[in-house]
Ligand binder design. Structure first.
Ligand SMILES: Nc1ncnc2c1ncn2[C@@H]1O[C@H](COP(=O)(O)OP(=O)(O)OP(=O)(O)O)[C@@H](O)[C@H]1O
Ligand SMILES: [Mg+2]
Length: 220
């Protein structure tokens, strides 16, 4: 069953067009790997799906779970189960990891079962237990990536879009992040992964799509 359908997206910044007639779809339980050179439009595509940029014309439409989400805001999309983890991890630096988790959950206005949700996230990412009381500004790069992933999980997503989860991460910590992603995949969470380090992440992908100068090509 189709989870996400992107149709005829033309968009960009100001007058500069970045995406050209981009269309693709993915099913539930798929892990789509989105690849392409620097500046090819990968982050722009994720931002557009997440409602941060709008398609320029009415042919541009985005469907999630059978619903037209083209005009939805990020706060509405989180509630529907679509989350986006940007390339630059946005954490509340002066707050503790646990407080970041609590706040991210409130974004979806669902305060019910906060503790059990945190416990569930910690089951998925046990490494975070050791830094739960630490302020985010004192975390390493790899730990920050895990906290970002954990904040996404607090909202029990159906689809997670991750922009370069392995950027700046050591090989050992990458293995850790990839194994967390595998667990999520096995639990039925769908993903779109943008990554340059294909060797590390290729085994997760059920489909690879490539952007070149803002145009999309399917690899398999
Ligand atoms: N905020 C912005 N304002 C203007 N132009 C932008 C902005 N963000 C990106 N661009 C331009 O849009 C194009 C696509 O950028 P985008 O960030 O989507 O590429 P990317 O494929 O994610 O690259 P990378 O692999 O380096 O992250 C680039 O030419 C970039 O300069
Ligand atoms: Mg990018």
């Amino acid at each position: 069953m189709t989870l996400l359908k992107v149709e005829h997206i033309n968009t960009g910044y100001g007058k500069k067009q970045t995406l050209f007639d981009v269309s693709f779809e993915m099913c539930r339980n798929e892990t789509v790997l989105l690849v392409g050179f620097n500046g090819s439009g990968k982050s722009t595509l994720l931002k557009t799906i997440y409602g941060l940029l709008k398609p320029w014309d009415k042919e541009g439409r985005i469907w999630f779970n059978g619903e037209n989400i083209t005009t939805c805001k990020p706060s509405q999309l989180i509630v529907k189960g679509l989350v986006y983890i940007p390339q630059q991890n946005e954490l509340f630096e002066d707050l503790k990891v646990k407080e970041n988790l609590e706040l991210s959950s409130m974004q979806s206005n669902n305060k019910k079962g906060l503790k059990s949700r945190i416990d569930n996230v910690l089951d998925h990412i046990p490494k975070l237990k050791t830094v739960l009381k630490q302020e985010c500004k004192r975390l390493s790069g790899g730990e920050r990536k895990l906290v970002s992933l954990a904040t996404a999980l607090m909202n029990q997503p159906k689809l997670i879009m991750l922009d370069e989860p392995l950027a700046g991460i050591s090989p050992k910590d990458s293995t850790n992040i990839v194994s967390q992603l595998k667990r999520l995949k096995n639990d039925g969470v769908s993903m779109i992964l943008v990554e340059h380090r294909l060797k590390d992440i290729n085994s997760l992908a059920t489909k690879v799509i490539r952007l070149e100068l803002g145009k999309l090509y399917k690899e398999n």
